[in-house]
Design a protein around this ligand. Structure first.
Ligand code: MG
Length: 382
């Protein structure tokens, strides 16, 4: 298979693997790989922030690695996960901590609003780390002039989402900025959860031969927000955001002792970006089948009009799970038995080579490279 143009990750992948292969413990090997990647951290060349730095794709990763992790880095942050799992003396298990800001426009859209998103998004970043979500904090940045009835509706929606997810909002903060200095409302939520079996999940557990599963159809959230914003001239009355809490689905897999190796929710940057992160950090290849990808017709329509592959469109209630091949069928059945995973399916598998690469087998029998999201085709989607 040929390397993609400018494939610096593929080119250096061999060198990193060679350096890491002398270590036999899988976790140590991944940590060493991460250390090697850090050493040749991408340079941040831009002198000003652009929208693409917030899209969840390659520019965002460069900003995170070249600036935030470079300055603030420590063994937890350097893992570049959705959540940090930190030990607490005396605790039976470990604590998971995560934080996320929400700037979606419009504030309300079919199937949800910014408040519901702010709860579910943070709950899911805990859940995919195997953490039972417990407590949230919420910080609000309000623009002068914001309608109080609108704000109340959004906060009530947060309450319902929190009740459904089994979490409580236990602390918060409010700031107001002058008219024109923010767009109505931004929300930041921080979450803490309990990991009963630390080390059970992580990129270090991904192995060649593992099956790659998806919990349901992709692109519903991103496509819904684009339509709600009026960016696409298309009628799709059945299209709704998929925003929901994924802990019940995750708990079902963990409780059934499915050999899950890794999970991540496919938000900004879509499934393509999650697969690339996993392949890059674990030093493996991921091959997926185009025909196996569940995509609703309305999403296909929006994607075609915008010229975007649904693999890059944001989801707010879907996760990618990498599981041992022997457990794949059972895992899909368990996911499908939950309301969150009714359309769950197997989309591909992990391979040893070439490291840090994602491929898709097309319906026409061809194979192409699936890169990380470049640019920001869908701004302010969450
Ligand atoms: Mg996430």
């Amino acid at each position: 298979m040929s390397e993609p143009a400018g494939g610096h990750r593929a080119g250096s992948g061999a060198a990193i693997r060679a350096a890491a292969e002398s270590v036999t413990d899988p976790e140590q090997r991944v940590l060493q790989r991460i250390a090697e990647i850090r050493k040749r951290r991408p340079a941040l060349r831009e002198t000003a922030i652009s929208m693409s730095h917030g899209a969840g794709g390659r520019a965002g990763h460069t900003l995170t690695q070249a600036l935030f992790a470079a300055v603030l880095g420590n063994p937890y942050l350097d893992q570049l996960g959705d959540q940090a799992v930190v030990p607490v003396a005396g605790l039976d298990g470990a604590l998971a901590v995560t934080t996320d800001s929400f700037v979606v426009s419009p504030l309300v859209f079919p199937g949800g609003d910014i408040g519901e998103l702010a709860v579910n998004g943070t709950v899911n970043d805990l859940a995919v780390g195997g953490a039972q979500p417990l407590y949230l904090t919420a910080a609000f940045v309000l623009e002068e002039g914001l309608d109080v009835a609108l704000l109340r509706g959004i906060v009530e929606s947060m309450r319902r989402a929190a009740d459904r997810a089994g979490v409580e909002v236990v602390a918060g903060d409010t700031k107001v900025v002058p008219r024109g200095k923010a767009d109505q409302l931004f929300i930041t939520t921080t979450g803490v959860g309990l990991v009963r079996q630390p080390g059970r999940l992580g990129v270090h557990r991904i192995q060649a031969g593992d099956a790659v599963l998806l919990s349901g159809a992709i692109g519903d959230h991103g496509a819904t927000v684009m339509l709600a914003r009026g960016d696409v001239d298309l009628e799709a009355p059945g299209l709704r955001s998929d925003t929901m809490a994924l802990w019940p689905l995750v708990a079902a897999l963990l409780d059934a002792d499915v050999e899950v190796h890794f999970m991540r929710d496919a938000t900004r940057g879509g499934v393509a970006t999650v697969l690339n992160e996993a392949a890059q950090q674990a030093g493996v290849a991921v091959a997926i089948d185009e025909e196996a990808l569940p995509v609703h017709d309305e999403v296909r329509g929006v994607a075609e009009i915008l010229g975007i592959d649904p693999l890059y469109i944001a989801n707010e209630g879907k996760l990618v799970a990498v599981v041992a091949a022997a457990d794949a069928e059972r895992a899909v059945a368990i996911m499908r038995s939950t309301p969150e995973g009714a359309e769950a399916t197997r989309i591909g598998e992990v391979r040893a080579d070439p490291p840090a690469m994602v491929f898709i087998r097309t319906a026409f029998g061809g194979t192409r490279v699936v890169d990380m999201l470049v640019g920001d085709p869908l701004p302010r989607i969450c």
